[in-house]
Ligand binder design. Structure first.
Ligand code: ZN
Length: 313
């Protein structure tokens, strides 16, 4: 059966699937990324995992995968197929697409993890049917994916969608990117966890605990939470002023708070817009499978392009 390999490489784990033409997951698997073994071992682990998935396809589906899509974190040059930098994996300028193409003997698409997850949310998840959407993931950091007519904009240099580094509090908290007051210093799951841990003097307390304390009316939690919501609304209004999305899909750890986040966030965005059209603000629907599903879409897109070229040449 014709299928593709989808592989989502995260900081701690890799999720993979063999995906049929209609999006059916024919096989799923997970492995540890093993970042403690260093970047070379991580790359070798990705190549081995992909090769094992190819073998599984031959064995169980009667043919090798027709293509592969691989999503990786950090800075990704999708056009050249290079994993340029990932702080959490320690690699620099890894020609991952070439390495995978040689190993798999099939075409390979390399994508950025959040943009790839956003592609899946936009096509088959919470943004399904929206011609223009913005996906924002509130995790350790904050990143976004700008969806235009079924694809995600990567930008000229692979940096499009970095909404986490929009300055929302000039002269505010320093950010590792070199600026002060970046959105992700206030509204990421990590930032809320840090603020709540400090407020309740419990280093183990995290954003989910803060959300629970908000629902029980804890004034410190409410103050921290509303601070994050206000910063997020400031950043989102800048983004929607530029992009005019029809749907705003919010995912990542902080979005798991559900209406504890979405009700005040919708209010905060509504209060800030003047002439801009309010997009529909919805939670992400695919959870942590978005990256893997998006990697499958990248692979199938690649085949459509390749097949199209075969037809015309
Ligand atoms: Zn920054």
């Amino acid at each position: 059966m014709r299928h593709v390999i989808a592989l989502d490489v995260g900081g701690t784990g890799m999720k993979a699937a063999l995906v049929g033409a209609d999006g059916t997951l024919l096989h799923e698997d997970r492995r540890a990324t093993g970042r403690e073994r260093g970047p070379d071992a991580v790359v070798a682990g990705i190549l081995d995992f992909a090769a094992d998935l190819r073998a599984h396809g031959i064995d169980r589906l009667g043919e090798p995968a027709a293509a592969a899509g691989v999503a990786v974190p950090g800075i990704v040059d999708e056009t050249r197929g290079i994993a340029a930098y990932a702080a959490n994996l320690g690699w620099r300028d890894v020609p991952l697409r070439t390495l995978l193409t040689e190993r798999l003997d099939s075409p390979v698409a390399l994508g950025h993890d959040v943009r790839t997850g956003g592609l899946a949310e936009g096509r088959v998840g919470a943004g399904r049917g929206a011609d223009r959407f913005l996906f924002v993931a509130l995790g350790t950091g904050i990143a976004g994916a700008i969806g235009v007519d079924g694809r995600v904009e990567a930008g000229a240099h692979g940096f499009a969608g970095e909404i986490g580094h929009i300055v929302v509090r000039p002269a505010g908290t320093p950010c590792p990117c070199g600026q002060h007051g970046c959105l992700e210093r206030y509204a990421s799951a990590a930032a809320v966890s840090e603020a709540w841990a400090a407020a309740c003097k419990d280093p183990e307390a995290d954003a989910a605990d803060c959300a629970k304390a908000v629902t029980s009316g804890d004034p410190n939690a409410v103050r921290i939470w509303q601070g994050a919501v206000d910063a997020l609304a400031d950043g989102l209004v800048t983004a929607l002023t530029l992009l005019d999305p029809r749907t705003l899909v919010i995912g990542g750890g902080l979005a798991e708070a559900g209406e504890t986040l979405f009700t005040p966030l919708r209010d905060a965005v509504r209060r800030r817009v003047t002439f801009q059209k309010l997009p529909t603000i919805v939670p992400a629907a695919l959870g942590d499978t978005a990256g893997c599903l998006g990697a499958g879409l990248l692979a199938w897109d690649l085949l459509k392009t390749t097949d199209g070229m075969e037809v015309t040449t």
